[in-house]
Design a protein around this ligand. Structure first.
Ligand code: ADP
Ligand code: MG
Length: 729
């Protein structure tokens, strides 16, 4: 048995980097090669069709069905020119991954042969037989009708031999069964609300876009080692494994030299990503050994979400090629950092940046302050919901642990912005204005210092930090679809802006000057949302107490956090902005609870199996060895001396026996608690039972197994250890 593990480890450590085929062109030249971008649209479509399509993309006008056929023909031609034979609607069901079903371009030509065909109808809408995707009861399975519909704002692309068409996925009755449909609605909501507020300052603003720049953290593990760990294979994380002597204490991995094999992997990944139009830019080692990060240049939010989904599947595919497995799980290893996905979020207008103070005029500064404050209002009002949007069975291990954002949402602004808001709040109103003859009242916000965009004024413990020209939402899980968090953030900010405008308009209607009205409301809101601002250490025990006093959501249990989606305030927000109906929210929560339960359920089964058929047999084998040793020692020495000399081995034998006994009892209890939980009808209550009774039992079993790993002879231990899994040569 033992040699098996040693063989695997040896094989893994001896692997050399895979030579990477680097294209002859420069990255800027092959960027977007496999994407039907504007350059290709222009080439493959008539000018009239091109212009209509661009209008749909840029201005959100309705797609004229009459151009769909022409667009489909152009796309097909481009796809065939690039070696594609199939096409697929590519969508994002509520399972966290992406889904696709490939069809060939061929049809009968009526003369006994085949020809390539692709119509507007097939491009625009399809009815995949996708009855087994989670839908929370929205669709009766027998009806089984879900539609996928083309999203023209995200360009189609080619993977291998398949033209992939980004689509939304909705039910027969129009309810969202995916992430993209509500995301697009949330983007429409924030566009509308933010544009109206922008027009107070500049009537020329016609559109506001949300941007997203995600930073993707991940672990790499050698594929042979991965396959020797059934827990990794089946659950994506290690359910057992003792810390090793040297992990991340020395901080020597962070930003360290990238191991050659990993470097080759990254290079390969970047080439493919760039060809698919994902603007990857940054790569580095992360804090934990075996952990890395990749970040692109930020993009429009919907496109960035698609690109992240696409990148995650590319990561898996290319890892395989390099004999790695990529772990996107938020917490694959205990005792070292987990992985997240920082979501850098900002707003831009068609005329400039919104969350960046450019300070040319006081009006600019005021507009900047309005958007900062209303974002804070949104985060304050819906802090529990925002937390729920990033919660999952897997991210649960990370939120609240001592490394990552705490399970309480707060916002860090930095000294300068804090001082500015304090000034606006506390100054006498007259101080904020000067009178200038005929022009009347003029705003006089003191010069705002150039905000720091560099890294000097940063608080790494804050889950929602302002970083110069954007907010960085750091609590998002590495495995998650970014859309979940972005839907809530966009919608909440849209709602805050709608309320802001309503109140300002009321004051204006009463005869107040516009700028003065804005100042009044902003001063009110700065006061209201104060509890969300926190610049201290988000991991500290005092903060938990303080946050509780401030009325922030401190609930740590994931399945209970999901309740926030159904709060009156949340439903009101989603309905006001037309992003989701109560019915959709209810259905999606069913899916969330069910998914939560399933993840824990699988883990519980796996840990039970491994404990019984890996750990206990190995521990018993070692115990037998020791017992033999004791017996022969007694034969040689006998009596008092023999007893003395065998004392320590006897205590190890007893220790092992006790731990085995405990594990056996715990595994049996685990099975029984599961049986009880499985009988619960309500998905919510079942998830809570899994959280409260099954997850903690698994921890107890793990504790015993990890102790055994330290006791049992290294040679007998069958599962690759942390020190072997985490170090890549
Ligand atoms: P750090 O790791 O220090 O937070 P990085 O530079 O590695 O910063 O990553 C920052 C991320 O933020 C990148 O994805 C980048 O594209 C994105 N980003 C930068 N500016 C903006 C912005 N205005 N809006 C949204 N995302 C942004
Ligand atoms: Mg960051």
């Amino acid at each position: 048995m033992a040699n098996l593990r040693f063989n695997v480890v040896e094989r893994a450590f001896k692997k050399r980097p895979l030579p990477v085929e680097v294209p002859e062109m420069r990255p800027a030249e092959y960027y977007g090669k496999l994407v039907f971008n504007r350059e290709k649209m222009y080439k493959y479509l008539s000018l009239e069709v091109y212009e209509k399509l661009v209008d749909v993309i840029d201005n959100g006008t309705r797609l004229d069905r009459s151009i769909a056929d022409a667009v489909a023909q152009g796309m097909k031609q481009w796809a065939l020119d690039n070696g594609a034979t199939h096409y697929t609607h590519w969508f994002q069901p509520l399972t966290e991954g992406t889904a696709e079903k490939h069809d060939a371009f061929v049809v009968h030509d009526g003369k006994g042969g085949m020809m390539e065909d692709f119509s507007g109808k097939l491009l625009v809408q399809q009815e995949p037989d996708a009855s087994s995707f989670p839908n929370g009861g929205i669709r009766n399975t027998f009806e089984a009708r879900g539609y996928s519909a083309w999203d023209p704002t995200s360009p189609v692309f080619i993977i291998d031999d398949t033209l992939c068409i980004p689509t939304i996925f909705i039910s027969y009755t129009g309810e969202a069964l995916d992430y993209k449909a509500p995301l697009l609605k949330s983007l429409r909501a924030i566009n509308k609300a933010a544009t109206e507020v922008c027009q107070y300052f500049d009537p020329n603003v016609k559109q506001v876009h949300a941007n997203l720049g995600w930073e993707q953290e991940y672990f790499l593990v050698d594929e042979d080692l991965f396959f020797a760990r059934p827990d990794l294979v089946l659950t994506g994380r290690t359910l057992m494994g003792h810390d090793f002597a040297k992990n991340q204490q020395m901080d020597d991995h962070y930003f360290g030299t990238i191991p050659e094999r990993v470097q080759a992997y990254m290079k390969d990944l970047e080439i493919e990503a760039l060809q698919l139009g994902i603007p990857v830019k940054t790569r580095h080692n992360e804090v934990a050994p075996g952990q890395f990060e990749l970040a692109p240049i930020f993009e429009e939010c919907n496109l960035a979400v698609d690109h992240n989904m696409l990148l995650m599947s590319l990561m898996k595919k290319i890892a395989h090629k390099h004999s790695f497995r990529v772990l996107l799980h938020e917490k694959p290893f205990n005792g070292i950092n987990g992985s997240g996905k920082h979501n850098n979020w900002s707003l831009t207008t068609d005329t400039g940046v919104l969350l960046h103070r450019n300070g040319k005029t006081s009006e600019d500064n005021l507009r900047f302050v309005v958007f900062i404050v209303e974002t804070l209002m949104a985060v304050y009002k819906h802090n529990g919901l925002l937390k729920a949007s990033v919660m999952s069975a897997t991210n649960d291990h990370r939120l609240g642990a001592n490394e990552a954002p705490p399970a309480i949402i707060s916002s860090f602004l930095g000294t300068q912005l804090t001082e500015l808001l304090d000034h606006i709040e506390l100054a006498d109103k007259e101080e904020l204005f000067t009178f200038e003859g005929k022009q009347g009242m003029k705003l006089d916000i003191p010069e705002i210092p150039e905000l720091l965009i560099d890294n000097t004024d940063r608080n790494r413990t804050s889950p929602f930090a302002f970083t110069g020209n954007r907010f960085e939402f750091r609590a998002v899980g590495s495995e998650a679809n970014c859309a979940s968090a972005m839907i809530v953030l966009n919608t909440a900010v849209a709602e805050a802006l709608i309320h802001f405008k309503k109140r300002v308009d009321t004051l204006i209607a009463k005869g107040e000057n516009k700028t003065s009205a804005i100042i009044d409301i902003i001063r009110e809101d700065i006061k209201t949302c104060k509890p969300i601002r926190f610049d201290g250490n988000g991991y500290s025990e005092e903060w938990k107490q303080e946050a509780y006093k401030r009325g922030l959501d401190c609930e740590p249990s994931c399945p209970i956090c999901f309740d926030r989606y159904l709060d009156k305030e949340s439903v009101k927000m989603f309905e006001l902005t037309n992003v989701m109906t109560k019915n959709e929210l209810l259905a999606r929560n069913e899916v969330k609870w069910e998914t939560y339960t399933k993840r824990i359920q699988i883990e519980a089964r796996v840990i039970g199996d491994i404990a019984m058929n890996h750990i206990i047999p190995v521990a018993t084998e070692y115990q037998t060895l020791l017992a033999k040793n004791v017996k022969s020692m007694m034969d040689i020495f006998g009596g008092e001396e023999g007893k003395k000399l065998t004392e320590s081995n006897i205590s190890i034998i007893k220790d092992i026996a006790n731990r085995i006994k405990t594990i056996e009892i715990d595994v049996e209890e685990l099975v029984n608690t599961r049986k009880i939980a499985n009988k619960i009808e309500s998905q919510r209550k079942k998830a809570i039972a899994y959280h409260d009774t099954i997850a903690p039992k698994m921890e107890e079993i793990r504790y015993q197994i990890d102790k055994l790993e330290l006791i049992v002879s290294n040679e007998l231990w069958t599962l690759p250890k942390y020190r072997e899994l985490l170090f890549i040569r």
